[in-house]
Design a protein around this ligand. Structure first.
Ligand code: AMP
Ligand code: GLY
Length: 424
């Protein structure tokens, strides 16, 4: 057995990072785990440093002062801001794509042009950098359509418009009112697709890939997929509609061509490539790429992987992923997000969380919590992710809800229909 000696820093502080820290804490080659900024749950496994994920210079200073051997950069903003490039330039190994490779997520125009070049199925789109031209195109459009700000907009830059009035408002908000700042310099006006949505994430080392189990996020706040979009209210994995053949087709016709093209352009993609797909009548179409682990998909998928996560992350950076195989459990996963009532609008924080000690045989990943005097308090919109694994999806769903019922805090909100309609 190799000796625990590495010092590892995880950048970020949500439920996804808690799941990553939890998996890394089981690695026998890591001696010290740090997180920045981390959260209440992460503080039980790693030393937390109060530095925001987007304070790039401070994150680099922290990694240097801790003499880190490896840094895991998870959120979209620091990847787009080049944190991996800056750490690499200082001689510190960092997991995640370079800023140039992260454009697959940080520029929807870049991603769309790349997909069109490679003939990858995706919604047809027109790109505008001028608001007058975008507005005057609307009378030629059929509705519904989708308007997207080009850049990162904290998950809010996609607006589905059912008529010309709402489309005009979306264009005005993005391009004139600058609702998303520079992320709205350009917009895409996109064809509206229909079909079930699926996420397929894969580890990439610039050349090779290993696909994680498929998953499905539930983005809307309300049961039956109604109401506002959120950061994600629950997940199932794997997705029943995703057969082995379909997954292989997606790997061969979407993921591998993108990875080859990024390498050929001198910007190899190393990290997690996330394909957000819609299974349309004409086959799988790409809705978006992300350049990182999904949140909350990661909280459902990592418990299904029996490998040492640190070994896989290092293989992505070192370019030797082909030497590894994923040991994927044949169980199913269900994640239920417990949120502060009012989220994604206004909500209260500072509520004490009860029942955490009474849950059994599930992972409870913390997203918005702080720990004070050995008690946990809410500190964000999404508070906890309860992640259950079982032989079948319906058993995993039942198990997750059984444990959710044991946890409480004032004004707690969660969807009761995660996975409903998909059970075998
Ligand atoms: P995104 O922020 O890119 O993940 O998009 C948010 C959500 O908008 C997606 O999960 C889809 O449900 C929806 N969406 C995005 N693009 C389209 C499209 N072209 N057609 C239909 N729905 C879309
Ligand atoms: N769950 C969607 C995302 O991580 O972007």
């Amino acid at each position: 057995m190799s000796q625990a000696k590495d010092i590892v820093l995880v950048v970020g502080g949500g439920g996804r990072e808690h799941a990553i820290v939890k998996a890394l804490s089981q690695s026998n080659t890591i001696a010290e785990l740090h997180a920045a900024p981390g959260n209440g749950g992460i503080s039980e496994l790693a030393t937390c440093h109060q530095i925001s994920a987007t304070d790039i210079a401070d994150q680099v200073d922290l990694a240097q002062s801790l003499a880190c051997d490896f840094v895991v950069v998870t959120p979209d903003d620091p990847l787009a801001l080049g944190l991996v490039d800056k750490l690499t330039a200082k001689g510190i190994k960092a997991f995640g794509p370079s800023a140039a490779a992260a454009r697959l997520e940080s520029s929807k125009v870049f991603a769309k042009e790349l997909m069109n070049k490679l003939h990858i199925p995706t919604a047809e789109a027109a790109i505008y950098k001028n608001d007058t031209e975008a507005l005057s195109s609307l009378n030629r459009c059929s509705f519904p359509l989708v308007i997207k700000a080009e850049g990162l907009a904290q998950g809010k830059g996609v607006i589905i418009c059912s008529n010309e009035k709402s489309a005009s408002k979306a264009i005005t908000d993005i391009m004139q009112e600058r609702k998303f700042g520079r992320a709205g310099d350009r917009i895409l006006i996109e064809e509206f697709l229909t079909g079930p949505e699926v996420t397929l994430m894969c580890f990439c080392d610039g050349e090779n890939l290993l696909a994680l189990p498929s998953s499905r996020d539930h983005k809307r706040i309300g049961e039956g997929d109604t109401g506002e979009n959120t950061g994600g209210m629950g997940v199932i994995a794997p997705v029943p509609e995703m057969s082995a053949d379909l997954q292989q087709q997606i790997i061969e016709t979407i993921l591998q061509p993108v990875i080859r093209e990024m390498a050929a352009n001198g910007t190899p993609f190393r990290g997690i490539l996330y394909a957000g797909l819609m299974l349309t009548e004409k086959g799988p179409y790409v809705i978006e790429f992300n350049a990182r682990f999904g949140d909350p998909e990661t909280q459902a998928v990592l418990p299904l992987i029996n490998n040492d996560l640190y070994t896989l992350l290092k293989a992505c950076v070192d370019g030797d992923l082909h030497k590894h195989r994923l040991a994927i459990s044949n169980e199913a996963s269900c994640v239920v997000i417990m949120a502060s009532g009012g989220y994604p609008g206004k909500y209260e924080t500072g509520c004490e969380i009860s029942g955490l000690d009474s849950v059994e045989d599930v992972y409870v990943y913390h997203a918005g919590t702080v720990k004070k005097d050995n008690k946990f308090f809410t500190s964000g919109g999404r508070v906890l992710a309860v992640s259950a694994q079982a032989k079948t999806l319906s058993q995993a769903i039942n198990k997750a809800y059984l444990e959710v019922a044991k946890i409480g805090f004032d004004n707690c909100a969660f969807r009761r229909d995660i996975g409903k309609g998909f059970v075998e």
